[in-house]
Design a protein around this ligand. Sequence first.
Ligand code: T4K
Length: 399
Amino acid sequence: MMKFMPKPFENPINVTRPFLPPLANFTAGLEEIWANAWLTNNGPVIKRYQKKLSDYFGTDNLCLFNNGTLALQIALQGLRLSGEVITTPFTFVATTHALYWNKIRPVFVDIEPEHYTLDPAKVEAAITPWTTAILAVHVYGYPCRLRELADIAWRHKLLLLYDAAHAFGVTVAGRSIGSYGDLSMFSFHATKLYHSLEGGMLMFGDPGLKKIFDYLKNFGFENELEVVMAGTNAKMNEVQALMGLQVLDHLEGIISRRKQIDAVYRSRLATIPGVCIPELPPANVHYNHAYFPIEIDAGEFGMSRDDLYAALQKYNVFARRYFYPLVSDFACYRSLSITDPLTTAKQVARRILTLPIYDSLALPDVERICDIIQQLSPAAGQKPLSNSKDIPVSAVTAV
Ligand code: T4K
């Protein structure tokens, strides 16, 4: 029987599209910057932004940067970490690059199948006398196993660092995700649900770190005549700060729009055999819906993840395979000796596809993307086999 196929989108639907505040508000902010003739180096707008973020997070222990990658590099530098750091291969390359730029050996261990975050048992098994820290990633905004990782770090006297690039706006048990562990890095890149054009932030428990990070992002200057450490230039500028300030006012609206999109995908795709959708985080998590990942079981769906990815492009839908290949498979890291077989990470990387999700994506367009996926599936119309991942609820408690 001939299948009815929806029409391709007239314009590309990308995996994301940045939220933009009303142009008139941004222009008014630019006028102020013009009047100040102060563009970077700790101007008035970034001071206001820093204060607003401190109020939002309820702490002064945070520091702004021109992007998340440099924020993470500086964190590792400021903490004087060396030796080995246990981390995940299922992430954006910047997580690992930050270690490498600090001459730290990344030790990749496997992830859990539920939410793709580091598997605590694998972390513990990989600890050696050279291990100095754990660098875990709240991938897609899904909180890591916070309690288990904290317990391991405490017992082995390791620092616990989080790459929270995807996790702005996430809270766990009423506390910002950034307040867990010794330090967290957030990315404010344009592709993130919360952004400042480009930008990054560190949040940390030890107030003594602030001065060190401030030195390191500004060449190590104490004053005009004194340089107290070999810093770099990683300062956020005034226009970035302006964008960050204005987008913050819209954060909860952005998250609630994404939640609606998530709900449509979830209800529509759940009936398609071979489309596996991770469970939402448990009820004590205020999730930010940063991404909408699905896994494609090629056997059940009747088509591989890569074929679906390519077929969607013919309909002008540009999903992404975040995060494939695994970082450990990139040429620059392939020569590292890896003990952990990374079984789950390899399987997930082969199956993962992140679908378009952003606040201005209209719900009828989400329905249309679902129609396309459904019609592309040779198995569509059959009885669902394994749509939700078969996970006991007790296994997905975040704290
Ligand atoms: N750690 C993790 C776990 C991360 O995911 C990231 C960044 C970092 C650390 C480092 O943080 P930053 O140093 O970036 O602050 C994108 C982003 O560039 C990157 O920030 C992000 N992770 C990564 C997951 O995604 P690409 O190479 O996929 O970006 P690109 O240019 O292909 O854009 C993706 C889609 O977004 C496109 O389909 C079009 C759309 N887009 C993009 C931009 C830049 C827009 O609509 N407007 C835009 O302005 O890396």
